[in-house]
Design a protein. Structure first.
Ligand code: ADP
Ligand code: MG
Length: 259
């Protein structure tokens, strides 16, 4: 299924963006399955403009995580183009792909994968140090981002001293360390209660606006979809045309609670 993603490529006002941070065109992903293959993504196209946030909904197994993995350049598609901030990733060697990902893509999974022995500020600093930045620069950016996500007093706490919501905030801050252009978020609230879920999605919205990143958030909490600019639904590896949140949710009674 091919999609015309004009809604997302065009800001609400002003000129059409020449280069959306994230552009997938006719992306197909097949996994080997017994003797044959399973199509996790079936000719998916999606563009997300800077400062826009798209929710991705759909039943379990429909390909949502596969779409994020391909957009994150963690998995190469079987065919189709993944263009990150103007660079077509198809032509890149593995090393170049890793460098592009570090520089341009922030990834946030459901369970914050934090290292038990490190403090919040250290969790953020590690990746930045890998990007070749000095420890001093890494620390000052880490402290800044922990402030931004509401963890000013928690910089020196280790994961076991933080709540689930606070750990997810560390995770979000860490994903922002490299100043990404694209933010990919897989079920960020699945392990959180309602109040914390709302504040995490609110934070992702604010980060999208402030840092002008192109954000895709997989969610089964349709309640939070109205905080995003558009919603697209996956089914059997195919992606619906993105729609304004209210319209699609009305048309899709099964969108909520499917997972
Ligand atoms: P969702 O995130 O919507 O639950 P996934 O993207 O995880 O869906 O999975 C889409 C389809 O691809 C499913 O049929 C799943 O079994 C299959 N799949 C996902 N990852 C792999 C993998 N690493 N190897 C083989 N099949 C996979
Ligand atoms: Mg998934």
């Amino acid at each position: 299924m091919s999609v015309t993603p004009a809604l997302l490529a065009t800001p609400t006002a002003g000129p059409v963006l020449a280069r959306p941070p994230l552009a997938l065109t006719n992306v197909t992903l097949e996994y080997p399955d017994g003797g044959g293959t399973v199509k996790a993504l079936d000719s998916v196209s999606l563009q997300v403009a800077a400062g826009r946030m798209v929710s991705l909904v759909g039943p379990s197994g429909s390909g949502k995580s596969s779409l994020l993995a391909v957009a994150a350049t963690l998995v190469r598609p079987t065919s189709g183009d993944v263009v990150i901030d103007g660079t077509n990733t198809a032509g890149l060697k593995d090393k170049e792909l890793t460098a592009l990902r570090r520089e341009k893509v922030g990834i946030i999974f459901q369970q914050p994968n934090l290292l038990a022995s490190l403090t919040a500020v250290e969790q953020l600093m590690i990746g930045h140090h890998l990007r070749g930045k000095s420890l001093k620069a890494a620390r000052s950016r880490a402290v800044e981002l922990l402030d931004l996500v509401g963890l000013t007093g928690s910089a020196d706490k280790r994961p076991h001293q933080l709540s689930g919501g606070q750990r997810q905030r560390v995770n979000i801050a860490r994903a922002l360390m490299g100043s990404p252009k694209v933010l990919l978020v897989d079920e960020p609230t699945a392990a959180l209660d309602h109040a914390r879920s709302a504040s995490i999605v609110g934070l992702l919205r604010r980060v999208t606006d402030e840092f002008k990143v192109a954000t895709v958030m997989v969610t089964h909490d349709t309640e939070f979809v109205p905080l995003t600019d558009a919603v697209a639904a996956m089914r059997d590896g195919g992606l619906s045309a993105p729609a304004v949140p209210g319209a699609l949710l009305n048309a899709l009674p099964s969108a909520g609670g499917a997972e």
